[in-house]
Design a protein around this ligand. Structure first.
Ligand code: GDP
Length: 344
């Protein structure tokens, strides 16, 4: 089976959706309709952040004849309040200052354009690291081992369920490995998601060595010739050193059983926790060789600027964003759509 998922940005539809009877025009119209729908749903997800930024921007612009130091101070406060991060804030302010002194920024529209450009450049830069696109990974790799790490409560289980559904719907055989054997409910929750997505799950009783569950899952994935194995991991940060040793061991076993595995390690961060999420990320990055980020609950915060702070401070690509609790509320992160969503 061709791994369609790795080409999903290029070819919008799986063969089951495509239908060979459709004309090129019909396909194009269908593709545009899907794009529009994605655009609308994403725009809705960042509505709170957009509202907060734009009403405040309007407020600080109102009645001003020029962009002066007092204005820049207010802009600084605004940016910090979106959780965009201190380093990013200063970078954006520098760009604005330059634009003002060259008289390129004299009104709100030009200010927004300059800010968007700066944010986009940070996001694009971080895309050069880690795995930023499934298509950059060799098609022959089978199973593609996708490890998912993150602190309890961030939305790891939900994300795995959404990912399983998405990857399967694009024509792949997907297997889930329930290696968070620490939390009693983790495996049960994951089982519900696996059932919903119609994919198999490898699980064992609570307290089993996670590495043993992973070993079984890797063997099963090879035997079934699965395209993708998604591995859940524990997220109990209060027991940090054990957890990190456990992740290290799982990484080693993956690589021993499947050359190059894990091919991707996604760190799940909850957008609502903002800067705290960044601190957690740094802990995980010490051991887990994280290759990309899933930013969940973007729909639940007015501080959606955290995506840029992640890119700037962790220098990792944001691969997906969670925009709700339903199975299809997961999107491939598109920097341009995000930046436009913040301002328009
Ligand atoms: P885990 O402990 O990391 O496995 O977290 P769960 O997957 O159990 O999710 C914790 C809570 O966050 C649940 O109530 C989910 O429905 C909710 N959740 C997860 N992702 C999203 C998202 O993208 N948006 C919203 N609004 N809620 C989410």
């Amino acid at each position: 089976m061709a791994v369609f998922w790795r080409r999903s940005k290029e070819d919008k539809f799986s063969s089951s959706v495509l239908g060979l009877d459709k004309s090129l025009e019909e396909l194009k119209a269908q593709e545009e309709a899907v794009e529009r729908e994605i655009g609308v749903r994403f725009s809705r997800a960042v509505e709170k952040t957009r509202y907060s930024i734009n009403t405040r921007l309007d407020g600080i612009f109102e009645g001003r004849k020029q962009i002066d130091d007092a204005f820049l101070e207010e802009l600084e406060e605004l940016l910090i309040s979106t959780d965009i991060g201190v380093a990013t804030t200063f970078r954006v302010l520098d760009a604005v200052r330059r634009g003002v002194s060259r008289q390129e920024i004299t009104e709100l529209g030009a200010l927004k354009t300059a800010m968007k450009k700066e944010l986009l450049s940070i996001l694009r830069h971080s895309e050069e690291r880690g795995v930023n696109d499934e298509r950059s990974v060799d098609d022959e790799i089978k199973p593609y081992v996708l490890m998912v790490v993150g602190v309890n409560g961030v939305g790891k289980t939900t994300t795995i369920g959404k990912l399983a559904q998405r990857i399967k719907s694009e024509g792949n055989d997907v297997l889930i490995c329930a290696a968070d054997t620490f939390r009693a409910a983790a495996s049960d929750q994951l089982e519900i998601w696996a059932e919903r997505a119609g994919v198999q799950i490898v699980q064992q009783k609570q307290g089993t060595d996670p590495a043993a569950v992973l070993f079984d899952a890797l063997a099963a994935a090879k035997a079934r010739e699965s395209d993708v194995l998604i591995v859940d991991t524990a997220g109990r940060l209060h027991n940090k050193s054990n957890l990190m040793a456990e992740l290290e061991k799982m990484k080693r076993i993956s690589g021993r059983e499947v050359p190059g595995a894990p091919h991707e390690t996604l760190l799940v961060i909850d957008a609502v926790t903002g800067q705290n999420g960044l601190e957690q990320a740094r802990q995980f990055m010490k051991t887990a060789e994280v290759t990309g980020i899933v930013l969940t609950k973007l729909d639940g915060t007015a501080k959606g600027g955290i995506a840029v702070a992640i890119a700037q401070e962790l220098n990792l690509p944001i691969r997906y964003v969670g925009i709700g609790e339903q199975v299809d509320d997961l999107m491939v992160f598109d920097p341009e759509r995000y930046v436009n969503g913040l301002f328009n």
